[in-house]
Design a protein around this ligand. Structure first.
Ligand code: DQA
Length: 144
């Protein structure tokens, strides 16, 4: 099984960015945590982070035929991007939506998600652990 973990804008600044909301650990720490979990589960994992909507759309398209599941935190694009939602629909690869913070308890605009309706599940407000839960959801729901 191969999964792709996509992180959107400003998640490269984890550790620096609003640590009261996103914590003090870095993007590299996040990738290491997910990698460790995937190694334990004997899953191949690829990481992709971009601050650019079109690059995320391209990456989703390129995953066709070589990826069994996607864990995606589109960050601010969650609330704005029909293009990313359409790309996920187009490739039909099962995906789990993740947010580090509890978006349901923040500003109203963060309650909107263009990718939620087609996601296998959404995990929000569990910090970095939420990505691990998303991997577990993919393992349990994706039939190979
Ligand atoms: C986020 C929540 C979004 O509203 C925000 O724009 C982010 C990160 C989260 O992981 O909690 O950049 O997706």
């Amino acid at each position: 099984m191969k999964i792709l973990v996509i992180n959107g804008p400003n998640l490269n600044l984890l550790g620096i960015r609003q640590p009261d909301i996103y914590g003090k650990s870095t993007y590299a720490d996040l990738c290491a945590l997910i990698k460790e979990k995937c190694e334990k589960e004997e899953i191949t994992v690829e990481f992709f982070q971009s601050n650019h909507e079109g690059d995320i759309v391209d990456k989703i398209g390129e995953s066709l035929g070589n990826t069994d599941g996607i864990v995606i935190n589109p960050a601010a694009y969650t609330h704005t991007s029909i293009a990313i939602a359409d790309a996920l629909k187009a490739v039909c690869i099962p995906y789990v939506e993740v947010h580090i913070s509890d978006v349901s308890k923040r500003e109203d605009f963060r309650k909107i998600s263009y990718i939620r309706s087609d996601a296998l599940d959404t995990v929000a407000g569990e910090g970095f652990e939420g990505y691990l839960r998303a991997v577990d959801i993919l393992i349990s729901k994706v039939k190979l």
